[in-house]
Design a protein around this ligand. Structure first.
Ligand SMILES: C[S@@+](CC[C@H](N)C(=O)[O-])C[C@H]1O[C@@H](n2cnc3c(N)ncnc32)[C@H](O)[C@@H]1O
Length: 219
Protein backbone atom coordinates (compact mmCIF):
# COMPACT_ATOMS: atom_id res chain seq x y z
CA UNK A 1 0.00 0.00 0.00
CA UNK A 2 1.35 3.45 -0.93
CA UNK A 3 1.61 6.20 1.65
CA UNK A 4 -1.48 8.46 1.91
CA UNK A 5 -0.26 11.69 3.49
CA UNK A 6 -2.41 13.21 6.24
CA UNK A 7 -2.44 16.95 7.12
CA UNK A 8 0.85 18.05 8.64
CA UNK A 9 -0.47 19.98 11.65
CA UNK A 10 -3.17 19.03 14.15
CA UNK A 11 -4.95 22.38 14.36
CA UNK A 12 -8.60 21.46 14.64
CA UNK A 13 -9.79 22.20 18.19
CA UNK A 14 -11.95 19.03 18.47
CA UNK A 15 -9.11 16.92 17.12
CA UNK A 16 -6.66 18.42 19.62
CA UNK A 17 -9.07 17.90 22.54
CA UNK A 18 -9.70 14.27 21.55
CA UNK A 19 -5.98 13.58 21.20
CA UNK A 20 -5.15 15.20 24.54
CA UNK A 21 -7.94 13.33 26.32
CA UNK A 22 -6.87 9.93 24.97
CA UNK A 23 -4.90 7.64 27.24
CA UNK A 24 -1.41 7.29 25.74
CA UNK A 25 0.17 6.77 29.17
CA UNK A 26 1.56 3.33 28.44
CA UNK A 27 2.99 4.34 25.07
CA UNK A 28 4.39 7.66 26.32
CA UNK A 29 5.91 6.27 29.53
CA UNK A 30 7.31 3.38 27.48
CA UNK A 31 9.00 5.92 25.21
CA UNK A 32 10.58 7.75 28.16
CA UNK A 33 11.61 4.47 29.82
CA UNK A 34 13.22 3.36 26.55
CA UNK A 35 15.25 6.59 26.41
CA UNK A 36 16.46 5.90 29.98
CA UNK A 37 17.29 2.31 29.04
CA UNK A 38 19.20 3.28 25.87
CA UNK A 39 20.99 6.23 27.47
CA UNK A 40 21.34 5.54 31.21
CA UNK A 41 24.11 8.14 31.60
CA UNK A 42 22.04 11.05 30.30
CA UNK A 43 21.19 13.09 33.37
CA UNK A 44 21.20 16.79 32.48
CA UNK A 45 21.05 19.32 29.68
CA UNK A 46 18.67 20.75 27.13
CA UNK A 47 16.27 18.33 25.44
CA UNK A 48 14.29 19.13 22.29
CA UNK A 49 10.95 17.39 21.73
CA UNK A 50 9.99 17.81 18.07
CA UNK A 51 6.22 17.69 17.46
CA UNK A 52 5.57 17.64 21.21
CA UNK A 53 1.75 17.76 20.99
CA UNK A 54 -0.10 18.22 24.29
CA UNK A 55 3.07 17.94 26.40
CA UNK A 56 2.60 14.57 28.10
CA UNK A 57 5.99 13.22 27.03
CA UNK A 58 7.91 16.37 28.10
CA UNK A 59 6.27 16.11 31.54
CA UNK A 60 7.12 12.42 31.91
CA UNK A 61 10.65 13.07 30.65
CA UNK A 62 11.19 16.00 33.04
CA UNK A 63 10.10 13.84 35.96
CA UNK A 64 12.34 10.96 34.88
CA UNK A 65 15.41 13.17 34.32
CA UNK A 66 15.30 15.89 36.99
CA UNK A 67 18.47 17.58 35.72
CA UNK A 68 17.14 18.42 32.27
CA UNK A 69 15.16 21.26 30.76
CA UNK A 70 12.98 20.71 27.73
CA UNK A 71 11.86 22.75 24.76
CA UNK A 72 8.78 21.33 23.08
CA UNK A 73 8.25 22.37 19.47
CA UNK A 74 4.85 22.19 17.80
CA UNK A 75 3.41 24.41 15.09
CA UNK A 76 -0.21 23.95 16.17
CA UNK A 77 -1.51 26.89 18.25
CA UNK A 78 -4.24 24.90 20.08
CA UNK A 79 -1.79 22.10 20.84
CA UNK A 80 0.78 24.50 22.31
CA UNK A 81 -1.86 26.34 24.35
CA UNK A 82 -2.97 23.03 25.85
CA UNK A 83 0.61 21.88 26.47
CA UNK A 84 1.48 25.13 28.27
CA UNK A 85 -1.55 24.81 30.54
CA UNK A 86 -0.85 21.14 31.32
CA UNK A 87 2.76 21.90 32.17
CA UNK A 88 1.70 24.83 34.34
CA UNK A 89 -0.67 22.55 36.26
CA UNK A 90 2.13 20.01 36.66
CA UNK A 91 4.31 22.74 38.20
CA UNK A 92 7.02 22.29 35.57
CA UNK A 93 6.88 25.63 33.71
CA UNK A 94 10.37 26.55 34.90
CA UNK A 95 11.83 23.49 33.14
CA UNK A 96 9.56 22.97 30.13
CA UNK A 97 8.93 25.68 27.55
CA UNK A 98 7.22 25.54 24.17
CA UNK A 99 7.83 27.08 20.79
CA UNK A 100 4.95 27.35 18.35
CA UNK A 101 6.97 26.80 15.24
CA UNK A 102 7.43 24.35 12.39
CA UNK A 103 10.48 22.28 13.23
CA UNK A 104 11.76 22.92 9.71
CA UNK A 105 12.08 26.61 10.62
CA UNK A 106 13.87 26.20 13.97
CA UNK A 107 16.88 28.49 14.04
CA UNK A 108 20.31 27.49 15.19
CA UNK A 109 22.52 24.45 15.19
CA UNK A 110 23.85 22.34 18.07
CA UNK A 111 21.32 23.86 20.45
CA UNK A 112 20.38 20.68 22.33
CA UNK A 113 22.05 17.91 24.34
CA UNK A 114 19.41 15.36 23.32
CA UNK A 115 16.36 15.17 21.05
CA UNK A 116 13.20 13.11 21.22
CA UNK A 117 10.20 12.87 18.93
CA UNK A 118 7.13 10.67 19.04
CA UNK A 119 4.52 10.39 16.30
CA UNK A 120 5.69 13.38 14.26
CA UNK A 121 7.44 11.77 11.29
CA UNK A 122 4.26 10.38 9.73
CA UNK A 123 2.85 13.93 9.55
CA UNK A 124 5.78 15.28 7.57
CA UNK A 125 5.53 15.48 3.77
CA UNK A 126 9.31 15.21 3.32
CA UNK A 127 10.79 13.09 6.15
CA UNK A 128 14.36 13.93 5.08
CA UNK A 129 13.72 17.42 6.45
CA UNK A 130 13.04 15.81 9.82
CA UNK A 131 16.25 13.77 9.92
CA UNK A 132 18.24 16.77 8.70
CA UNK A 133 16.85 19.01 11.45
CA UNK A 134 17.33 16.33 14.09
CA UNK A 135 21.02 16.03 13.26
CA UNK A 136 21.51 19.79 12.99
CA UNK A 137 19.75 20.62 16.25
CA UNK A 138 21.83 18.48 18.61
CA UNK A 139 25.45 18.79 19.66
CA UNK A 140 27.77 16.05 18.39
CA UNK A 141 27.65 13.09 20.77
CA UNK A 142 23.99 13.65 21.73
CA UNK A 143 21.44 10.87 22.20
CA UNK A 144 18.29 10.88 20.07
CA UNK A 145 15.17 8.74 20.24
CA UNK A 146 12.40 8.82 17.64
CA UNK A 147 9.27 6.69 17.55
CA UNK A 148 6.39 6.49 15.11
CA UNK A 149 3.81 4.25 13.52
CA UNK A 150 4.48 1.57 10.93
CA UNK A 151 2.39 1.62 7.77
CA UNK A 152 0.42 -1.64 7.46
CA UNK A 153 0.31 -3.53 4.17
CA UNK A 154 -3.30 -2.71 3.32
CA UNK A 155 -6.22 -0.45 4.35
CA UNK A 156 -7.90 -3.56 5.80
CA UNK A 157 -4.90 -4.24 8.04
CA UNK A 158 -4.90 -0.59 9.11
CA UNK A 159 -8.57 -0.84 10.03
CA UNK A 160 -7.91 -4.04 11.99
CA UNK A 161 -5.23 -2.25 14.04
CA UNK A 162 -7.60 0.66 14.69
CA UNK A 163 -10.28 -1.78 15.84
CA UNK A 164 -7.81 -3.66 18.07
CA UNK A 165 -6.40 -0.63 19.87
CA UNK A 166 -9.11 2.04 19.85
CA UNK A 167 -12.26 0.01 20.39
CA UNK A 168 -14.82 2.33 22.01
CA UNK A 169 -12.72 5.48 21.46
CA UNK A 170 -14.28 8.64 19.98
CA UNK A 171 -14.78 8.54 16.19
CA UNK A 172 -12.44 11.48 15.65
CA UNK A 173 -9.59 9.64 17.37
CA UNK A 174 -10.27 6.44 15.42
CA UNK A 175 -10.34 8.39 12.15
CA UNK A 176 -7.06 10.15 12.97
CA UNK A 177 -5.41 6.86 13.95
CA UNK A 178 -6.48 5.24 10.68
CA UNK A 179 -5.23 8.22 8.65
CA UNK A 180 -1.96 8.22 10.60
CA UNK A 181 -1.35 4.53 9.86
CA UNK A 182 -1.84 5.20 6.14
CA UNK A 183 0.52 8.17 6.33
CA UNK A 184 3.24 6.31 8.22
CA UNK A 185 6.44 4.77 6.82
CA UNK A 186 7.57 1.18 6.53
CA UNK A 187 10.74 -0.13 8.17
CA UNK A 188 12.44 -0.25 4.74
CA UNK A 189 11.51 3.37 4.02
CA UNK A 190 12.89 4.54 7.38
CA UNK A 191 16.08 2.56 6.73
CA UNK A 192 16.42 4.20 3.31
CA UNK A 193 15.88 7.66 4.82
CA UNK A 194 18.62 7.06 7.41
CA UNK A 195 20.98 5.79 4.72
CA UNK A 196 20.29 8.82 2.54
CA UNK A 197 21.01 11.16 5.46
CA UNK A 198 24.14 9.25 6.46
CA UNK A 199 22.56 8.35 9.81
CA UNK A 200 23.07 4.60 9.66
CA UNK A 201 24.66 4.55 13.12
CA UNK A 202 21.15 5.02 14.45
CA UNK A 203 19.42 1.69 14.98
CA UNK A 204 15.86 0.82 13.97
CA UNK A 205 13.85 -1.41 16.26
CA UNK A 206 10.33 -2.70 15.59
CA UNK A 207 8.90 -2.78 19.10
CA UNK A 208 5.37 -4.09 18.46
CA UNK A 209 2.84 -4.58 15.64
CA UNK A 210 2.53 -0.85 14.90
CA UNK A 211 5.63 1.07 16.02
CA UNK A 212 9.23 1.57 14.96
CA UNK A 213 11.86 3.23 17.13
CA UNK A 214 15.10 4.81 15.94
CA UNK A 215 17.75 5.55 18.54
CA UNK A 216 21.42 6.21 18.98
CA UNK A 217 24.06 8.87 19.29
CA UNK A 218 24.39 11.59 16.68
CA UNK A 219 28.01 12.38 15.78
C1 LIG B 1 0.44 12.86 16.60
S1 LIG B 1 0.95 14.30 17.37
C2 LIG B 1 2.18 13.67 18.49
C3 LIG B 1 2.30 14.54 19.72
C4 LIG B 1 3.27 14.06 20.80
N1 LIG B 1 4.62 13.94 20.31
C5 LIG B 1 2.80 12.78 21.41
O1 LIG B 1 3.52 11.78 21.31
O2 LIG B 1 1.74 12.77 22.03
C6 LIG B 1 1.96 15.12 16.15
C7 LIG B 1 2.20 16.59 16.46
O3 LIG B 1 3.18 17.12 15.56
C8 LIG B 1 2.80 18.41 15.18
N2 LIG B 1 3.47 18.74 13.92
C9 LIG B 1 3.24 18.21 12.70
N3 LIG B 1 4.07 18.73 11.78
C10 LIG B 1 4.85 19.62 12.44
C11 LIG B 1 5.91 20.48 12.04
N4 LIG B 1 6.31 20.55 10.78
N5 LIG B 1 6.50 21.25 12.98
C12 LIG B 1 6.09 21.21 14.27
N6 LIG B 1 5.08 20.42 14.69
C13 LIG B 1 4.47 19.63 13.80
C14 LIG B 1 1.29 18.35 15.10
O4 LIG B 1 0.70 19.63 15.19
C15 LIG B 1 0.96 17.45 16.30
O5 LIG B 1 0.74 18.19 17.46
Amino acid sequence: MDRVLEPELMEDEAQVQAYAAADFSQENQGFVDRFREYFPDFSEGHVLDLGCGPGDIPIRFARAVPGCRITGVDASAPMVRLAEETVRQAGLSSRIVFRRERFQELAGASVADAAISNSLVHHVPNPLQFWHKLRLAVKPGSPVLVMDLLRPESPEMAQAIVDRYTCGAPDILRRDFYNSLLSAFTEDEIGAQLAQMNLTRLLIDIIDDRHWVVGGIIY
